[in-house]
Design a protein around this ligand. Structure first.
Ligand SMILES: NC(=O)c1ccc[n+]([C@@H]2O[C@H](COP(=O)([O-])OP(=O)(O)OC[C@H]3O[C@@H](n4cnc5c(N)ncnc54)[C@H](OP(=O)(O)O)[C@@H]3O)[C@@H](O)[C@H]2O)c1
Length: 234
């Protein structure tokens, strides 16, 4: 049985990814900050990816069970508005960078010794890994950083035939996007008007791409970003 580790598999895009791989008979480990009920071959582990020690403890646990990891999905992330011309303090900047950039680094570093030869790392970035939005300074910095990490790590791990790619979603209906819509005081239909295909992306569409990138037919693809945004960036 193949094994996948998904960060932030408790809801939203991560949950859709966990579901897809579980349906495809993977053993799934989901890391998130809070407890969630586990089921057969789908385990939730309370692990805050901002904390290197907690991630290392998780890696030790897998090692003690003699598990190999086939796929890592760095999905957990947070967002928030932090314009520099508004006196908003520094806390959000550090928290977004810690979660969205340091988190994937901690996970890749700790799990690398367990990653199977020919395995895959998939980083969930955003369209904001490719463009800027005025009040999303930390989020854009972290996601652009995660894209840079993806490209460098792809070359770093190529010798082990491990592929490293990014999926960059546009609007997906989740708690995160709902919070953003509330902030912007815009509805889903307002936002769809700004998307050429006039719709949001489903978590399942992201999961399908992740499954392809983890599978045997994508072994020649590494260091790339797959933008799934209904044409927003085009
Ligand atoms: N939704 C969109 O429109 C959209 C667009 C582009 C990119 N994305 C990206 O897609 C990813 C998933 O977003 P989403 O919309 O599904 O978000 P979401 O619904 O808010 O879910 C975020 C997930 O991350 C986990 N998480 C947050 N902080 C964590 C931490 N420190 N350690 C471990 N887990 C943590 C949460 O679990 P707990 O709360 O249990 O910790 C939750 O499972 C993010 O990286 C986001 O930036 C989303």
């Amino acid at each position: 049985m193949k094994t996948i580790v998904v960060t932030g598999g408790s809801r939203g895009i991560g949950l859709a990814i966990a579901q897809k791989f579980w349906d495809e008979s993977y053993e799934v480990f989901c890391l998130s900050r809070f407890e969630h009920p586990s089921k057969e071959n789908w385990k939730y582990v309370k692990c805050d990816i901002r904390d290197k020690k907690q991630v290392e403890e998780f890696a030790k646990h897998l090692h003690s069970k003699q598990k190999k990891v086939d796929t890592i999905i760095n999905n957990a992330g947070i967002a928030g508005s932090n314009s520099l011309d508004v006196d908003s303090g520094d806390e959000l900047w550090y928290d977004i960078i810690a979660t969205n950039l340091h988190g994937p680094y901690h996970v890749c570093k700790a799990l690398l010794p367990l990653l199977a030869h020919g395995g895959s790392i998939i980083n969930i970035t955003s369209v904001l890994a490719h463009t800027g939005v005025p009040d999303q300074t930390a989020y854009c910095a972290a996601k652009h950083g995660l894209m840079g990490f993806t490209k460098a790590l792809a070359k770093n791990l190529a010798e082990k035939k491990i592929t490293v790619n990014a999926i960059a979603p546009g609007w997906v209906e989740t708690e995160m996007s709902q919070k953003r819509m509330d902030e912007l005081q815009l509805s889903k239909s307002d936002l769809c008007e700004m998307v050429p295909l006039k719709r949001f992306i489903n978590g399942e569409e992201i999961a399908q791409m992740a499954y392809y990138l983890a599978g045997p037919n994508s072994r020649g693809i590494t260091g790339q970003s797959f933008v799934i945004d209904g044409g927003f960036l085009s």
